[in-house]
Design a protein around this ligand. Sequence first.
Ligand code: PEP
Ligand code: MN
Length: 269
Amino acid sequence: MNKYIQSLKDQNKLNLSTDKSISFKWPYTKIAGPCSVEGDSIIQISKEIKKCGANAFRAGAYKPCTFPVLDDKNGWKEGLKEKGLELLKESKIQSGLPIVTEVMDIRKIEEIGEVADVFQIGTRNFQNYSLLDELGKTNKPVLLKRGTWATLDEILGATERILVGGNKNIAICLRGVVGMPSYRHIYPSTRWAPDLMMILALKKFTNIPIIYDPSHACGNRDFVSGISKAAKALGCDGLIIEAHPDPINSISDPDQAINYETLKQIFND
Ligand code: PEP
Ligand code: MN
């Protein structure tokens, strides 16, 4: 067992968000929004997402895409970047929801930090140590998404990197892992395997809040409600869900986005 994490736990120092703009612990954290900022529509979407019961809004302005060159829709290429951040700023003003958005590059921390209430570290950067070290020096909450390959120790190690910098405002986000593509003959878009047992393992060793991401864990909207219920039953402290007014036409992650109605049901469950 990781000694540093264990000692913090023993001293009851592994602790919870202190930032008043968002509590990872209470009330139950309900983060939702589209995968990415697609354009001006994001402002209206943020208000609708609030009506669905969310207490934080997610959307990426900087997006890591599998094919960075080919993915070019309406001038959107790996996100709207600076323009996307401006739109998120306006969404925050109009909806009143704190913003959760991804940072991929240490050179962008300051710029993104002007808009983000929570820095999201994506799965691809889960072990980007310079990024983790830099975010450890800030006092803004960090949502650390599990690498799709990561073991329990690797999750604790990445978390420790942020903690040792002084930032105790961390939540670990479980978002599915590589695994047997058991359903692909029926559902070609089940990209990852849900990693529900890790909720229990992390709860055993830390009191760091766990946010579950059923959208990426499933990669298919048909499973999002069920896996959300399961994650909640296992004691996760919150959910982060991709939702879109026209899910199948989402620019990124169209297979897993759910509509407002389904989101409302999950959040009211
Ligand atoms: C996302 O949240 O849209 C995202 C890119 O997630 P992940 O890093 O888990 O793939
Ligand atoms: Mn996504």
